[in-house]
Design a protein around this ligand. Structure first.
Ligand code: ARE
Ligand code: CA
Length: 497
């Protein structure tokens, strides 16, 4: 189902990657609701393997060992409290669910799991659900290694092990029932939908049956008959037989071309220019806009996993990252997701980060640290909190203010200076050239003085950033130095002084 069921005209989702439930609950109340974020994507809430070699990697949460709701982010009570408190301030929760597989085949046997439950990867025995060796696909897989060896063969992509992860037989009624039961528990607790992991590796028919079993959303917070929002992780950059299109009828799909392309454009690689983005969206070969979930980076490709490579614009390149995120939030295409990360010590050897596995800030024993908030509203202890950066936070508001308005009043200099508006509700100008921008443009906005929400905030009647004068004819003069900290300017109806 394609509708995110957002509330109060809010639009953007933020992925609070690896945050604890207690911190997300507080963040909903103190920051996300007041600043107009629509929802949170949370890390997988179910029981998962715990690994010590490497040391509690972030990716252990993509190796389920059961469907009990205790994880590195907290226990079931904390999860329920978070869902309730976020819903009560109108912030939706979207759960990352890992239903294609359980843990790695080499995951051993014992109680090394986040709830302490016993499991055996070697015997394919997960008694807390229970799944036994009959519930896996090994008999169907035809590759020598039992792993996916060739993405050109849809059968092995669906029926063999993704990087050695025990592949569930989602064709079985029993398995479908257990997976749907797990998801329904979350629906009944009040979540608004799901990011479904590794959908390329599940047959659309199996997914359709399983998702068809989901309950309607909890009527304490959602109107009767609301179906869960679904966005499916399918990496489709072209060139493989499995395409995003096979999944459109089930819900939205992650559009991986979006961030890979926009990163390349803002980096000015391969002769790309910002002026070429006049037709950004479907005109650029992306999926139909009602199907797309868009983002600049995600938890995989910000550290070299997944797809997109070095072009992806992450917090490590803040100037480019802020511009790319602002472009996404200003543009009408797709449901937008903002990444919120933790820092780690990168160590590149021959272009590959040896530390791409490092988990969230922790006390050393695998217990995740809380997110402390500094006096200046940034986060401490290694939490990056991109969603709190002024430029990004204010663009999340911009997206709400211009929601439903058409892309309008495009301008470009045939290079890397562009501008566009959204009806008469907002206007944004970028200078990604190596020289100054100095131009008068038709903004389509009512006359008046506006506060640029990139260089500052509008606070009461005052503006801490640049002021932009829009004449009675809708025209305004913009000057953006290529040396500016953030070489872009954005104004909207609510930033009028
Ligand atoms: C870890 C170890 C492995 C080990 C395995 C089992 O790194 O060496 O074999 O455990 O013991 C994440 C990490 C993985 C990690 C896994 C489990 O990224 O490194 O494996 O968790 O702990 C493909 C899939 C796509 C997937 C990406 C990463 O199609 O679905 O690979 N993305 C999701 C999540 C990941 C997660 C998983 C799936 C697994 O977002 O965080 O993995 O739950 C082309 C193809 C893509 C392919 C891509 C990379 O672009 O088109 O389809 O993506 O290459 O292979
Ligand atoms: Ca599979």
């Amino acid at each position: 189902q394609h509708n995110p069921h957002t509330k109060h005209g809010r639009t953007a989702i933020v992925h609070l990657f690896e945050w604890r439930w207690a911190d997300i609950a507080a963040e909903c109340e103190r920051f996300l609701a007041p600043n107009g974020y629509a929802g949170v994507q949370i890390s997988p809430p179910n029981e998962h393997i715990t690994l010590t070699s490497p040391w509690y990697p972030w990716w252990q949460r993509y190796q389920p060992t059961g469907y009990n709701l205790c994880s590195r982010s907290g226990n079931e009570n904390e999860l329920r409290d978070m869902i309730t408190r976020c819903n009560n301030v109108g912030v939706n929760i979207y759960v990352d669910v890992v239903i294609n597989h359980m843990c790695g085949a080499g995951g051993g046997e014992g109680t090394h799991s986040s709830c302490g439950g016993w499991f055996s990867a070697s015997r394919k025995d997960f008694p807390s659900i229970p799944f036994t060796n009959m519930d896996f696909n090994d008999h169907k897989c035809r590759t020598g290694s039992g792993n996916i060896e060739n993405y050109g063969d849809p059968n092995q992509v669906r029926d063999c092990r993704l990087v050695g992860l025990l592949d569930l037989a989602l064709e079985k009624d029993y398995v479908r029932g257990k997976v749907a039961g797990f998801m329904n528990k979350l629906v009944d607790m009040g979540v608004a939908g799901f990011r479904v992991d590794a959908c390329k590796h599940m047959w659309p028919g199996d997914l359709q049956n399983t998702l068809g079993r989901l309950h309607n959303l909890n009527t304490k917070w959602f109107s009767g008959g609301s179906r869960p929002f679904i966005y499916q992780e399918v990496i489709d950059l072209g060139g493989e037989p499995i395409t995003s299109r096979e999944y459109f009828h089930l819900g939205r799909v992650t559009e991986f071309k979006y961030g890979a392309k926009l990163g390349t454009i803002f980096r000015k690689w391969n002769g790309e220019k910002l002026s070429y983005t006049k037709s950004w969206g479907e005109g650029y070969g992306f999926m139909p806009e009602g199907n797309a979930l868009v983002f600049i980076d995600n938890h995989d490709n910000q550290r070299g996993h997944g797809a997109g490579g070095a072009a992806i614009a992450t917090f490590w390149d803040p100037r480019i990252h802020k511009m790319a995120v602002a472009y996404m939030l200003a543009h009408p295409y797709g449901v937008a997701r903002v990444m919120s990360s933790f820092r780690w010590d990168r160590n590149f050897v021959n272009g590959k980060d040896q530390n791409d596995w490092i988990g969230p800030p922790s006390h050393g024993n695998g217990a995740t640290k809380p997110v402390p908030i500094n006096p200046d509203q940034t986060c401490g202890d290694g939490w990056v909190c991109e969603h709190r950066w002024r430029q990004i936070k204010n663009m999340a508001t911009f997206r709400n203010v211009v929601n439903g308005q058409p892309h309008a009043n495009w301008w470009d200099n045939q290079s890397n200076q562009v501008a566009f508006g959204r009806g008469n509700r907002g206007f944004i100008v970028f200078n990604n050239d190596d020289w100054n921008l100095d131009v008068t443009l038709n903004t389509g906005m009512p006359g008046g003085t506006y506060c640029d929400v990139v260089s500052g905030n509008k606070d009461g009647g005052r503006c801490s950033g640049k002021q932009i004068q829009v004449g009675g004819d809708g025209r305004a003069h913009f000057k953006i130095s290529n040396q500016d900290e953030d070489p872009f300017v954005a104004i909207h109806a609510d930033s009028k002084l």
